[in-house]
Structures are given as C-alpha cells and as structure tokens.
Design a protein around this ligand. Structure first.
Ligand SMILES: CC(C)(COP(=O)(O)OP(=O)(O)OC[C@H]1O[C@@H](n2cnc3c(N)ncnc32)[C@H](O)[C@@H]1OP(=O)(O)O)[C@@H](O)C(=O)NCCC(=O)NCCS
Length: 144
C-alpha cells in the first residue's frame, strides 16, 4: 500500500468508501474536481486500482483545509487514517500553508481522536452545520 495522487481509475474505489462512510456523501463530480487542480489534491492510499482510504485537502495562501478523509471499513485501526493525515499535513506545508483547518461532527469520536492525536485542537463550533442528521461541527486547527 502506498499514498499517491489519485487518478480517475481510483474514483470507483473512492466512491465506495465515501458512500459507506457518510450519510451525506460527496458526488463523484466533487472528487473529479480534485484530480487536477493547482489548489489541492485527492490522495489515495492503495495498491493498483484498489483504494483503502483517501483524503482531500485544499490550500489557499497560508491557510489549508482538510475537506474529506475516510478509510474503508475493513481497513480501519491499522494506522491508515493517520498515514493519510500525515501526508496531507506534509504536502500542504510544502505548498506554503502555515495552518490547517477542518470540520468534524461533534459525535465523530474516532475522527476527533485521530485529529487530536495528530496535534489538532478545537478552535470553534459551527452550530447545526451538518444535515442528516443535523449536528454541530467542531472546527479544529493545527499550526504546520
Ligand atoms: C476517522 C477514520 C478516518 C480513522 O481512520 P483509521 O485508519 O481507522 O485511523 P488510524 O488507524 O490511523 O487511527 C489513528 C488514531 O486515531 C484514533 N482512532 C481511530 N479510530 C478510532 C476509534 N474507532 N475509536 C477511538 N479512537 C480512534 C486513535 O487514537 C488511533 O490511534 P491508535 O489506533 O494507536 O489508538 C475512520 O474511522 C473513518 O474513515 N471514519 C469514517 C469517515 C470519517 O468519519 N472521516 C472523518 C470525517 S471529519
């Protein structure tokens, strides 16, 4: 398994994980936008066409944002989420970002534990930010 920039052949695997992971999944078109943009990347962790996890981030001058991160259900708790997150942090910093933000559902204990373990801290709350079900987002950030 290795982490690399996604190609269109990876999108089926990315969509399978996305649809299985979130009640309000991104569309395929939303991921396609990150295959070839100067402002961010869709990274996958996988082998050949198989995808075990993915991450999407965006950089705007000194601020970066983690837009999406998920690991396939059969591959969780093996360090893959942390590996993807570390790759995102490194690559965003290489692009000149000084800080990274993310939003996470208040009830998403696994993701919050992952982000805290990587050094993120809660810096705000967005009330009723999510739908299906309606829920607050915690805003977290880290200095790169
Ligand atoms: C959040 C997610 C990406 C974590 O991926 P993962 O590959 O299982 O995470 P890792 O194995 O790298 O875990 C790294 C650390 O995160 C924390 N963690 C991960 N899953 C956890 C869980 N279920 N419960 C508690 N802590 C957890 C632990 O600190 C863990 O370190 P440890 O295994 O040494 O205890 C995965 O659970 C997932 O895809 N969830 C659904 C999608 C999602 O919620 N994405 C985040 C949206 S903001």
């Amino acid at each position: 398994m290795r982490i690399l920039k996604a190609r269109s052949r990876h999108l089926d695997g990315v969509m399978d994980i996305e649809n299985a992971s979130f009640p309000d999944p991104w569309s395929r078109a939303a991921f396609e936008d990150y295959l070839d943009t100067p402002d961010g990347e869709l990274l996958i962790l996988g082998e050949g066409e198989a995808v075990a996890g993915f991450a999407v981030y965006h950089v705007s001058f000194e601020d970066a944002e983690l837009y999406n991160l998920a690991v396939g259900k059969d591959f969780r708790r093996r360090g893959f989420g942390r590996a993807l997150l570390d790759a995102v942090l490194t690559r965003a910093k290489e692009r000149g970002a000084e800080r990274m933000f993310l939003e996470v559902r208040r009830s998403n204990a696994p993701a919050i534990a992952l982000y805290r373990a990587a050094g993120f801290a809660v810096c705000g709350v967005r009330r009723n930010y999510y739908a299906l079900p309606t829920e607050d987002a915690l805003l977290m950030d880290i200095t790169l």
